[in-house]
Design a protein around this ligand. Structure first.
Ligand code: FES
Ligand code: FE2
Length: 434
C-alpha cells in the first residue's frame, strides 16, 4: 500500500511534479527514426504530459516542438516542414529546431518581434533506430542511453510500440511481477502440451516457469546503481531452484527474463504519455545474429508481448499506434477458451498484460491495495522511483542510472543449486562486458 501522497508522487509526470522533474533528467524515446521522413509530414506525440509534434527537416534533422503555435495556439501538426524548421500553417511563423522564431512573415518589419518569441523545443538525437529527446533543463543534459539493443544492427532487433490507456507505472508493475506469469499467461491445465507449446512460441520464459508448476515464487531484490535487480525463484527438478532475473533500469525500463538458455532477449520502455496514458515500447533482440524470418513472424502474430495490430489512425498523439483490439470489445476475449483452456482467454501475452493493467483504471488507488510477499519487487521499484524523486526535489542526490555505462545489463533465467548465492551466481550473465 502507498500513502495517497506517495501514489501522487509516483504517478504524476507533468512539468513541475517531482516525478515529472525526475524523468526530465533522462532521455526519452519519441518515435522510430523510420517514422520521420525528411521534409515529410509531422507526427503528434505526447510525453510527460506535453503535447508536441515530431518531424524531420528537409535537411534530415529530427525535431520536436510544442504542438501549439506561440502566436495563437494553432496546432503545428498541420505545419509545413522546411529545410531548417517548421512553419505554422495559419500565419506562417517559422520555428527552428531550438524553438527560436526564425520568421514572422505576417508582421511588418517595424513590428516584427520574432526575437522575443521562444517556442518550446527539445533537443533530439538518434540512436538504435529511435529518435530520443531530452525534455529537461539543458544544463542537465547527459549522454543518450546505451542499452545492448541500441548498439546492434537493425536486423538484430524488433521494436514495436502502442498507446495504452493507463498510468505508466501500473503497466510497468506488470513487467516486474514474475508471479502473474503462472496465472495470467498460463493454460488452465499445465499438462496440456498444445497450450504449453503455444505459450512457448511467445518467449518470455513462460513455459519454463509454468512448467516448474511452482506458482508461488519467492522474491529477492537488490538495489543497484541503475535501479533494481529482481530475483524470483521457483522450485525446480533435481534439488535446484529456477531463478528468473528481471531488471528495472531508471526511470522506466524493464527487462523480463528470457527463456531458459534462449539468447533472444526482451525489454520494455514504459514511457509516460501523460498521467493516464503511456507509450508501451517493446524491444526484442538477438545479441549476435539477425532475427530469423520465423522469429519475426512469431513476434508479429499477435500472441507475443508485442502488440502490432493497430486500429484506424486516430486523431491524437500516437494516433497510429492505438491497438485494434479495444477495451470495449474485451480485447478480443475468447470466453470459450477462458472457460476451457486458458487462465485468461484474451489472445496474446501483450494484450493480456494490457487488459489487466488498463482494468485498474487510469491511475489506481494504491491506498486500497493489499500487497503480499510476491509484490516485493513492486514495493522496491516504487521506492526507488519515489525516493529518487524526493531526493532530487530536495537537491540531495543525483538521479541514479544516468551514466550510460550502467545500461550494460541483461535479464536472465537460470537453474542453480539450492545453496547458491544467486546474486553472485548470475553476475556473468547479467553484466555485459563494455
Ligand atoms: S497561429 Fe501560428 S502563425 Fe498564427
Ligand atoms: Fe505479463
Amino acid at each position: 500500500m502507498l500513502t495517497r501522497e506517495d501514489n501522487e508522487i509516483l504517478t504524476r509526470v507533468g512539468p513541475g511534479t517531482p516525478m515529472g522533474e525526475l524523468m526530465r533528467r533522462y532521455w526519452v524515446p519519441v518515435v522510430l527514426s523510420g517514422e520521420l521522413e525528411a521534409g515529410g509530414r509531422t507526427k503528434r506525440v505526447r510525453i510527460l504530459g506535453e503535447d508536441m509534434v515530431a518531424f524531420r527537416t528537409a535537411g534530415g534533422e529530427a525535431g520536436l516542438l510544442g504542438e501549439y503555435c506561440s502566436h495563437r495556439r494553432v496546432s503545428l501538426y498541420f505545419g509545413r516542414v522546411e529545410k531548417d524548421g517548421l512553419r505554422c500553417c495559419y500565419h506562417g511563423w517559422k520555428y527552428g529546431l531550438d524553438g527560436r522564431c526564425l520568421e514572422m512573415p505576417n508582421e511588418s518589419p517595424e513590428t516584427d518581434f520574432k526575437h522575443a518569441v521562444r517556442h518550446p523545443a527539445y533537443p533530439c538525437r538518434e540512436r538504435g533506430g529511435i529518435v530520443w529527446a531530452f525534455m529537461g533543463d539543458p544544463a542537465h543534459i547527459t549522454e543518450v542511453p546505451d542499452f545492448e539493443w541500441l548498439g546492434l544492427p537493425d536486423n538484430q532487433r524488433f521494436i514495436s510500440k502502442y498507446y495504452q490507456d493507463s498510468n505508466y507505472f501500473q503497466a510497468l508493475e506488470g513487467g516486474i511481477d514474475s508471479s502473474h506469469i503462472s496465472f495470467l499467461h498460463a493454460p488452465l491445465d499445465t499438462a496440456d502440451q498444445a497450450s504449453l507449446e503455444n505459450i512457448e512460441k511467445a518467449g518470455f520464459g513462460v513455459d519454463t516457469a509454468v512448467g516448474t508448476s511452482d506458482r508461488s515464487p519467492r522474491f529477492e531484490v537488490v538495489d543497484t546503481d541503475y535501479g533494481v535487480m529482481i530475483g524470483a525463484r521457483r522450485n525446480a527438478e533435481g534439488e535446484r531452484y529456477y531463478w528468473r532475473i528481471t531488471q528495472f533500469i531508471m526511470p522506466f525500463y524493464t527487462m523480463p527474463p528470457p527463456q531458459d538458455e534462449d539468447p533472444i532477449l526482451h525489454s520494455h520502455a514504459w514511457v509516460p504519455a501523460d498521467d493516464g496514458h503511456l507509450i508501451n515500447w517493446t524491444i526484442t533482440w538477438h545479441p549476435t545474429r539477425p532475427l530469423k524470418e520465423e522469429e519475426l513472424m512469431s513476434l508479429n502474430t499477435g500472441f507475443s508481448a508485442h502488440i502490432t495490430k493497430y486500429g484506424p489512425p486516430a486523431n491524437g498523439p500516437y494516433g497510429d499506434v492505438r491497438p485494434a483490439a479495444t477495451r470495449a470489445a474485451d480485447y478480443g476475449m475468447d470466453w470459450e477458451a477462458h472457460r476451457t483452456r486458458m487462465f485468461c482467454g484474451i489472445p496474446g501475452f501483450g494484450m493480456q498484460d494490457r487488459a489487466m493493467t488498463e482494468s485498474q483504471g487510469a491511475i489506481f488507488d494504491r491506498t486500497l491495495e493489499r500487497l503480499g510477499t510476491s509484490d516485493t519487487a513492486i514495493i522496491q521499484v516504487r521506492k526507488c522511483l519515489i525516493d529518487s524523486a524526493k531526493l532530487l526535489r530536495q537537491e540531495q542526490a543525483h538521479p541514479p542510472g544516468l551514466d550510460p555505462k550502467l545500461h550494460h545489463v541483461r535479464a536472465a533465467s537460470v537453474r542453480l543449486p539450492k545453496d547458491a548465492v544467486w546474486v553472485e551466481a548470475v553476475k556473468d550473465r547479467v553484466h555485459i562486458a563494455s
